[in-house]
Ligand binder design. Structure first.
Ligand code: GCO
Length: 470
């Protein structure tokens, strides 16, 4: 923690003690990052290029023309970053492995230097008393695999399983959880249908096939890791949101129904019910993915946990575009509505519609135009955002949803994909000229929340002792 931590101005709604009382002492509090967004060092040490390196190099793809070459220089600063986690009182750290750093071509030879990095990172976490939560795929496919068709090709499924097994052998006795995929909807839809993320394709049929191969590779990797005796809890992370209709008009309501199908049911149904939703299949028509016999059984394998990433609700409109400023709700720097009740709504709906495994909120957070002035970053809006969403999690728990933990996105300001470095999601500010890290007010607040939750268990023990006969 910096010499002069910023104490946020707290309204009762953000009182960490009050919020801590809504959670059991063993509730998991963590922070999240991903490899390409923080590591830097994309060349050298044997790392192969990923599709995000290629995508960034294409003019016009990234808002500020930036790339991941330096990012947060986490690869060289990882030890002090882990010390920062300790200073912030964080007990759980969710990060991802860069596939092309450990296996430059995505198949074939391994890169010992890359493997050693994650090996040390995980040992470094454990030595500091922090539980590692590993994501295998956070969007950075080795470019060599893309050359061969990427996720459109069924061969990539087998390559992913090979990579997963190697990582399972390396970390499966030390990682608390292993996630196969982070947000397959984003990979398929933004990467292959809308073309605004790597690999930048715009083809609805390809996107549908990609989503199927992502799900299949999840199921096959999970089964292989279990067979290999990996001890970590195994699961997948989905980005989800309630989809609201912009108006009461029939056409907008139909659009909302379809978007719910594409975002939520397209992934949840095969994972938990063993079938793709009929309405979305019908909508896709001839663009529906090729599904081979047995694929759906391979996708629907028991999950130890399901990760949910939630940022805002979605609004569906049949004609034109919805204007978020029309709702009167507070907006973040991404232009996203601050809509905490959407998280409770989403979780209770999932609980109603599916037989859910235990849930982690694996990402939640907000971008604000934070400024570091005299070594201090006041981000009270982020404190309000986090507090209200965490309270929304508590409400879902009260309604019976088994949420085991919450990870704030993100530890550090970092490379926000197509927005480059223009959006700051961190609870720690990064000065990209000097790489100086400055915990924001929200980091101080989050530390207080975690401390208050831990002290609840101490409180319980004391009360028990009080009752002991003298
Ligand atoms: C995600 C992403 C993050 C983003 C965050 C904010 O999984 O969506 O993990 O990489 O930075 O969502 O847009």
């Amino acid at each position: 923690m910096s010499a002069n931590p910023t104490e946020p101005l707290l309204a009762p709604a953000q009182d960490p003690e009050r919020i801590a009382r809504m959670f059991p002492a063993e509730f998991v509090w963590g922070v999240a990052t991903s490899a390409f967004q923080i590591e830097g060092s994309v060349a050298g040490d044997g790392r192969g290029p990923s599709i995000w390196d290629t995508f960034c190099a294409r003019p016009g793809t990234i808002l500020d023309g930036s790339d991941g070459r330096e990012a947060c220089s986490h690869l060289t600063r990882w030890e002090s970053d882990l010390d920062l986690l300790v200073a912030l009182g964080v007990g759980h750290y969710r990060f991802s492995i860069s596939w092309s750093r450990v296996q430059p071509n995505g198949h074939g030879p391994w890169n010992d230097t890359g493997i050693a990095f994650y090996d040390r990172l995980v040992d470094g976490l454990l030595a500091r008393g922090i539980k590692p939560h590993v994501t295998l795929y956070h969007w950075d496919l080795p470019e060599a695999l893309q050359q061969r068709g990427g996720w459109q090709s069924r061969e990539t499924v087998a390559d992913f399983v090979g990579y997963a097994r190697r990582m399972g052998a390396l970390l499966g006795d030390r990682a608390a959880t292993i996630t196969t995929h982070n947000e397959p909807w984003v990979v398929a839809t933004l990467g292959h249908r809308e073309g605004i993320f790597a690999p930048g394709l715009r083809d609805r049929r390809v996107a549908a096939q990609v989503s199927h191969h992502l799900l299949l590779s999840h199921g096959e990797a999970l089964t292989a890791l279990r067979a290999d005796g990996v001890r970590s809890q195994l699961g997948i992370v989905l980005n989800q949101a309630p989809v609201h209709s912009a108006t009461a008009l029939m056409e907008d309501r139909a659009k909302a129904q379809l978007e719910d199908g594409e975002l939520v049911r397209w992934y949840m149904d095969p994972l938990l019910k063993g079938a793709y939703p009929a309405d979305v299949l019908e909508h896709l028509g001839a663009d529906a993915p090729q599904v081979l016999p047995g694929d759906l059984e391979r996708i629907r394998v028991p999950l130890d946990f399901l990760g949910i990433n939630y940022y805002t609700r979605n609004i569906a409109i049949a004609q034109g575009a919805y204007d978020p400023s029309s709702s009167g709700l507070e907006l973040t720097d991404m232009g996203w509505e601050v809509y905490p009740t959407g998280l409770t709504e989403l979780l209770t709906r999932l609980q109603r519609d599916y037989r859910l495994p235990p849930i982690y909120i694996t990402e939640n957070g907000a971008a604000y135009p934070d400024q570091c002035i005299d070594g201090v970053v006041h981000d009270d809006a982020r404190v309000r955002y986090l507090a209200s969403h965490i309270e929304a999690v508590a409400q879902a728990r009260q309604a019976g949803v088994d949420v085991l933990g919450y990870f704030a996105w993100s530890l550090l300001d970092n490379f926000e994909w197509a927005h480059g470095y223009t959006k700051r999601f961190g609870i720690v500010h990064v000065d990209y000229r000097t790489q100086a890290r400055t915990p924001k007010s929200s980091a101080v607040w989050y530390r207080a929340l975690q401390k208050a939750t831990r002290e609840r268990s101490a409180g319980v023990v004391l009360r028990v002792l009080d009752r002991e006969p003298s």
